[in-house]
Design a protein around this ligand. Sequence first.
Ligand code: SF4
Length: 518
Amino acid sequence: MISAGPQTTSFLLLHPPVTRPCEPPAGVSRLAGTLISHGIACSVFDANLHCLSAMLGRAPDLDDTWSRRAWAGVKSHLDSLRRRDTYKNMGRYRRAVQDINRLLNNAGVSEGFHIALTNFSSDKLSPLKSGDLIRSYHEPEKNPFFEAFSHAITEIIERSKPSIVGLSLNFLAQALTCFAMMGFVRKRYPGIRLIMGGGLVTSWMSRPGWRNPFGSLVDEMVCGPGEKRLLEIAGVKPHAYSGPPDYGWAVGNGYLSPGFVLPYSASTGCYWRRCSFCPEKAEKNPYHALETNAVKAEIRGLVRMTAPLLIHFLDNAMSPDLLKAIASDRAVDPWYGFARISALLTNRDFAVSLRESGCVMLKLGVESGDQHVLDEMGKGTETETVSLALSTLKRAGIATYVYLLFGTPSEDEKRARNTLEFVTANADSIDYLSLAVFNMPAWGKDADLYETRDFYEGDLALYKDFVHPLGWGRLEVRRFLDRIFKRHQAVATILRREPPFFTSSHAPFFSMAEKGML
Ligand code: SF4
C-alpha cells in the first residue's frame, strides 16, 4: 500500500489502447481535474490515440490489393473522419473506417496480435488470465504498441517528472497493453509508484473473495471512483467541491470525429440498479450523482474551454432529475446520452423541450419487446410505454438508438419473436439498433439459480455460460438472429444505418447531418 505522500506528489495518468479514438477519455480527465484543482501537478497522456495513430503511420506488413489501397489513402481517410461532410455520405464513411481498420489489422498480425479500431487481442495471451497479464507486464517489448508508447512515455516522464503513474483500465481490449505499459514504466523508472484503477479493475475487485494476483506488480489498485484515494495519496484534504474534469490537454488532439466531443459523467452507478442482467446490480456499485446545478455550471465552463461540437453524457442512465434540469436550460447543446425509458419520455412537451435543449439522440436499453421478459429481468418498463416513448421522441426530432438483449433466462423463441414483432411495429421510431446476446454476470445472485459453466478460460472472466432453462441457448439465439431477425426487411433497414466500428459514438453525427446541423 502507498502511504500518504508529501505535497510534492505529482501524477501522470495514462489511458491505454484500445478504445474508440473519437473522444478523449473521461475517467483520467475527471481525476486530472480533481488533482489540478487541489494544486497537485498532473499530466494526462492518451496512449490510445497516440498508439493507434503511430500504427497507421507504418507501411502495412501484408502486400494485398486492399492493404495497398488502404495505405495509399490513409491520410485522406483520417482527414475525412474529421470532416463534417463525410457524415452525409455513409458510403464514403464506410470506406474510410474499413480501410483504416484494415491497416490496423495488418499492423500486428505477423506477431499474432489483432488490432482493430475498437478491439485488441492476441493469439497467445488472454486478458482474462492473470498469468498472461503478468507475462505482458514482464515482456512489454513484445507488445505491438511498445515502440509508440515507450518513446512517448519516456518523453513525458523526463519532462514532467511524476512521482506516481496511474493507469485507467476500463475495457478488456486495454488490459494486455495496460500491463505492458506498467511493466515498461517499472523497468525504466523503478522509483515511480504505479496505481491502477478504472471500470475493469473495479469489476475484478468487486468479485466475492477477490485475491489480488498483481500485488507484486502494482503498488495499489483502486476500486470505484479514484478521486478521493488519489487526494489521500497526495496527502491533501478534499475540498467541498472537487473541480470540473480537465480537458485542456485534449483539445486539438485530432480525435476521429468532425469536431471536439466533450464526454461528461453526471453520475456513477445507476439510479435504477434493478435489472437482473446488469453488472451495476451484480457488483452493487453505489449510485452517486452530482447536483444538477453543479452539472450545468461545470458543463458551461467546459463548453467555454473546449467549444465542443457535441456533448456526450456517459451516465449509465441519465436520471429524470438530470433530464429535467437539462431540458430547462440551453447551456448543453447539442448532446446525447443513455436514458432509461419511463413515462417522462412519453410526454410530448417534455420531449420537445429535450430536443430544444439540444438532445440529438438518446440511447435506450429497451432489451425486449416481450412484457414477461421485461418483468422477469426487473426492467420496470411496459412495452406500451416503450412504444409511446419511441414515437414521442422521434416526433420531437430526437434520434433513438435502441439496445436489445436476447437469450435471457426467461426468453424462448416465441418471446424473441415478440421482440421482432415489436421492432417491426415501431420501426419508424427506431433509428439505430444494437443487438446483444445475454452473458450471465459470473458473480450476481442469478448465477446461483442456473447451471453454469466457464464461458472463457481464465481466472478473471466476469461472465459465465449457463444452461438455458427453456433450451434457448446461445447457439439457438444466434441462429434466430442471423436467419430470422436480421433478415426481416424492417430490421435490416435499421441495421444498415449503423456506423461500422464507431456505432453509437458516430451515430449522432449522421443524425445531425440529416437534420442540417453539421
Ligand atoms: S437501467 Fe441500465 S444501468 Fe441501470 S440497472 Fe438497468 S441496465 Fe443497468
